[in-house]
Design a protein around this ligand. Sequence first.
Ligand code: NAP
Length: 346
Amino acid sequence: MSVRIGVIGTGAIGKEHMNRVKNRLSGAKITAVTDVDPAAAKQVLDELGIEAAIYPDDQALIDAEEVDAIFVTSIGPAHEATVRKAIEAGKYVFCEKPLSVTAKGCKAIMQDEMEYGKRIVQVGFMRQFDTGYEQLKQAIDSKLIGEPLMVKCAHRAPEVDAAYTTDMAITDTLIHEINILHWLLADNYVSVQVLYPRKNKHALPHLRDPQVILLETESGALIQAEVSVNIKYGYDIQCEIVGEEGIVSLPETESITLRHNGKQSTDVLQDWKVRFQDAYDKEIQVFINQVAKQEALQGPSSWEGYVAAVTSDACVKAQESGQREPIELEEMPSFYRAEEAEAQLM
Ligand code: NAP
């Protein structure tokens, strides 16, 4: 069976995902799309050479007979309502981050999903499918370095446009570290503080950049995360985990080593789409495969969307207060525990 996918929001990432379904992945096709601007949706279909129906809104697309599963790639504030409609219709959803812009919204989605009785929502935290992070996870879980004590990581981008504001360093950028470190360490966050070093001269007047975010976990592990979004030299993701008996670091991206003119060098990537291309491919392929089998989804869950929302709210509060702010999560419903998810497979 080819999974028939409806895409809600045909902007930058929506188009990327449509392209990968058509040209790089197997077992699915795009059969329907909708966007605030139907003409823009039509243009994307034409550019990609995809024949699909254009629907006036999310509800009409969700209700369409030729749609088995939904991609939610609209803007963040629109996600919650659409995901809830999809669950109500009993259709699988892949939702780009954020699952909802509020923790309350994420809780409402979890409630709906639990009432439905099977995990049918996957959140677009693609780093969990990145080979380098998978290797870090294996090393941590197998206790190769003992218990993790400290993490030093960085999320660096060459530049951002004028619409990028100080809080987006958390909600758009750090959000990926928030998710991946929670997954890697399997440890909840308990507090956060945000510090602002000397400002980068390339940052626009309204933007605080760089930022240093200090997170503490339940076990006492300390995380120092740098966000720099005007750093010019490239798109660079770093992560080093210091354990009791060793250190593991995210591998550098593949590049030839060039010896030339008395220098030895390797390339630094410039574009996030390229850095995580394989991870995006894999997250969507896994989603397609599980939908095809009508299984409970195993990828990043609504619970992880909730954890990210609560943590990101506390980080934004810490940006504003300059204080150490608590991060208070509710207890994880058993529905989202790994064992329960496996049981839903039966
Ligand atoms: P974008 O280029 O602005 O695309 C969003 C599209 O959705 C636009 O075409 C927009 O139309 C449309 N839209 C807005 N509300 C809608 C609604 N209610 N129904 C249907 N369409 C709607 O943004 P983007 O960069 O693709 O980002 C989309 C989402 O993906 C965001 O939540 C973002 O955080 C996430 N994202 C995730 C990653 C990742 O690494 N996982 C990377 C990039 C983006 P108008 O332009 O006419 O408003």
